[in-house]
Design a protein around this ligand. Structure first.
Ligand SMILES: [Zn+2]
Length: 308
């Protein structure tokens, strides 16, 4: 096979704000990136790639190979060595030229989105969101909802919106990584309703600009920003096109009998392929976050590799 696809399920542990970089649009000062057409929020693959590269570079001991690479004052740029797992995986940019990597990280797209209801938190999804993930043939009437359990009532509110039950939900194909307590609280709504419910239940926060010189709050500098709320499930595909198969495995020698190297360290088999570099970076995103507002403890995302 020339290339392989790895699918990751992501769960936000904090609100995640990946901004459009544009000025005020609508009700908030800083809006998040959305998919054209559906208007559903997404996390762009470029943002994910940047964060994953940054964390993986530190874990592999290649800090200069984090970041975007262009050398400038005080920064030497990517090493671009064939022995570098980070440059091999993501590519490299030096002063003279650029090298392409072997992975391509897709956008993270919504699968399950948390909303408050009178019956407690529920997670909404739609036929299209499920089908894009590979779960086909789920249907629901435009103005109705399907669920199983959750409430004995025939109605359920999703935030401010009241919907009528349109049948029992039968959904058995979700990845086991999604906890049972959440999979029992899924509500299926139509594609247009999904977009409406998601966009009216995004987290909107107010923050204050800090003057970098004084460290004090700027007068009158309150601003609002929107974010994907915590406990949202998204997914992304990472395509590995590694036709050379020349990934530079760690230089240390391991004893195949003991599984240890000369220093008595166990072989860490999670470090030996481009896909492992992605996993290594994602593991740190659970603690250090992606994007965010330059604030600590923001944008943390837990991930699992799942079957497609
Ligand atoms: Zn490098």
């Amino acid at each position: 096979m020339i290339y392989s696809t790895h699918r990751y399920l992501l769960m936000t542990l904090d609100p995640v704000h990946i901004g459009t970089g544009g000025a005020r649009l609508g009700r908030v000062d800083l809006s998040i990136v959305r998919e054209p057409g559906t208007k559903l929020p997404k996390i762009p693959g470029t943002s994910l790639s940047g964060a994953i590269r940054q964390y993986a570079a530190r874990r592999y001991g290649k800090p200069r190979c984090a970041g975007q690479g262009q050398p400038r004052e005080g920064r030497e740029g990517h090493c671009a060595q064939p022995t570098c797992p980070i440059c091999y995986t993501f590519g490299a940019i030096t002063g003279e030229r650029s090298y392409s990597g072997v992975v391509s990280i897709g956008d993270a797209r919504l699968l399950l989105f948390p909303v408050y209801s009178m019956a407690g938190p529920v997670w909404v999804t739609s036929p299209s969101a499920l089908a894009d993930f590979g779960i086909e043939e789920q249907e629901v009437d435009n103005d109705k909802a399907k669920w199983k359990g959750i409430t004995d009532q025939n109605y359920l509110n999703l935030g401010w919106l009241m919907v009528e039950k349109g049948g029992d939900l039968n959904l058995n194909d979700l990845p086991p990584a999604i906890p049972a307590t959440i999979r029992e609280r899924i509500v299926l709504i139509s594609n247009p309703l999904f977009s409406q419910v998601v966009n009216s239940n995004l987290e909107v926060r107010t923050s204050v600009s800090i003057n970098p010189d004084t460290g004090a709050a700027e007068e009158g500098a309150l601003f609002t920003y929107e974010a994907i709320p915590r406990a949202t499930f998204l997914w992304m595909d990472v395509v590995v096109d590694d036709h050379q198969k020349a990934f530079p495995i760690t230089g240390k020698q391991y004893n195949p009998q003991t599984g240890e190297n000369d220093d008595g360290e166990a072989l860490d088999t999670t470090w030996n392929s481009p896909a492992d570099v992605i996993t290594a970076g994602l593991e740190w995103a659970e603690h250090l976050g992606i994007g965010g507002m330059g604030t600590r403890g923001f944008g943390r995302v837990r991930s699992w590799e799942v079957q497609q």
